[in-house]
Design a protein around this ligand. Structure first.
Ligand SMILES: [Ca+2]
Ligand SMILES: [Ca+2]
Length: 230
C-alpha cells in the first residue's frame, strides 16, 4: 500500500464506473449469441445467482487467438461486483445468472455484449469475441455501496467533516486488516502502521479534496463516486 491508500479508497469504485461506461458503449457489431458452457456444477446447488446479487468471481479472459488479457488469478484476488445492473459487460450480466457457488463456466461473449467495435484500452481490440473462464466464489445479498459520498456523510449535512472522513478511514483499514488475517496474507504490518497513523491520511485526503480549504469536503469538491445508480 502507498501513502495515498486512503485517497485511493475513495476512488476504488471508480473502476466500476469505467466498466459501466464501457459496457454502455453504442455498439453496431454483427448480431451474435452469447454462449454459456457448463464446465462444473456442484452436486449441492441450492442458492443461485440472481439480478442484484453481489458476486465474487475468479475469472480469466482470453481473446479468440488465446491471448490472455486479464485474470483475477494472476492478482490472486477475486473480483466482486453487483450482477445485472450494468457494472460489468452485458455478457457477464447475462452469462452469470442462475449460477451456484463453486460452479465453473466458460462464457463466449460476442463483441456487442462485450466491448463492441471500440474495444477497450490497448488490450481488447475492436470487434473482439471474449472468452471467459469463470468460477463463482461467493454470493452475497448486500450490494456494494455506489454512493461513497453518502456513505461517508454520517450526519447527512451534505459535506464531509474531518471526523466523518476519519471514521471512514479507520473502518476501511480495519476491514483490510481482517481480510489480510483471514486470507493469511500475513503482511498486515503496513495496515497496522497506517491505522496508527491515520490522522495523516485524513489530512492528505483533505489536502486533495477540500479545494476551498474551509475544513469540509462538499459534494461538489468530492472527486470519488457519488452516484446513486450505476
Ligand atoms: Ca457531514
Ligand atoms: Ca471545502
Amino acid at each position: 500500500m502507498t501513502r495515498n491508500a486512503a485517497t485511493t479508497t475513495l476512488y476504488a469504485l471508480a473502476t466500476c464506473l469505467v466498466i459501466a461506461t464501457l459496457a454502455s458503449l453504442d455498439v453496431r457489431a454483427e448480431p451474435d449469441e452469447l454462449k454459456v458452457e457448463n464446465v462444473y456444477v456442484p452436486e449441492v446447488c441450492d442458492v443461485k445467482s440472481k439480478k442484484g446479487d453481489q458476486l465474487t468471481m475468479h475469472y480469466t479472459g482470453t481473446l479468440k487467438d488465446g491471448t490472455k488479457f486479464d485474470s483475477s488469478l494472476d492478482r490472486d484476488q477475486p473480483f466482486t461486483f453487483q450482477l445485472g445492473v450494468g457494472q460489468v459487460i452485458q455478457g457477464w450480466d447475462q452469462g452469470l445468472l442462475d449460477m451456484c457457488v463453486g460452479e465453473k463456466r466458460k462464457l463466449i461473449i460476442p463483441p456487442k455484449l462485450g466491448y463492441g467495435d471500440n474495444g477497450a484500452g490497448n488490450v481488447i481490440p475492436g470487434g473482439a469475441t471474449l472468452l471467459f473462464d469463470v468460477e463463482l466464489i461467493n454470493i452475497s445479498d448486500s450490494p456494494p455501496t455506489t454512493n461513497v459520498f453518502k456513505e461517508i456523510d454520517g450526519d447527512k449535512d451534505n459535506q464531509l467533516s474531518r471526523e466523518e472522513v476519519r471514521t471512514m478511514v479507520s473502518e476501511y483499514l480495519r476491514k483490510q486488516m481482517v481480510e489480510a488475517e483471514s486470507t493469511g496474507a500475513g503482511d498486515n504490518e503496513e495496515v497496522k502502521k497506517m491505522l496508527a497513523d491515520h490522522d495523516k491520511l485524513v489530512e492528505e485526503i483533505f489536502q486533495h479534496e477540500d479545494k476551498d480549504k474551509n475544513g469540509f469536503i462538499s459534494y461538489e469538491e468530492f472527486s470519488g463516486p457519488k452516484h446513486d445508480e450505476l
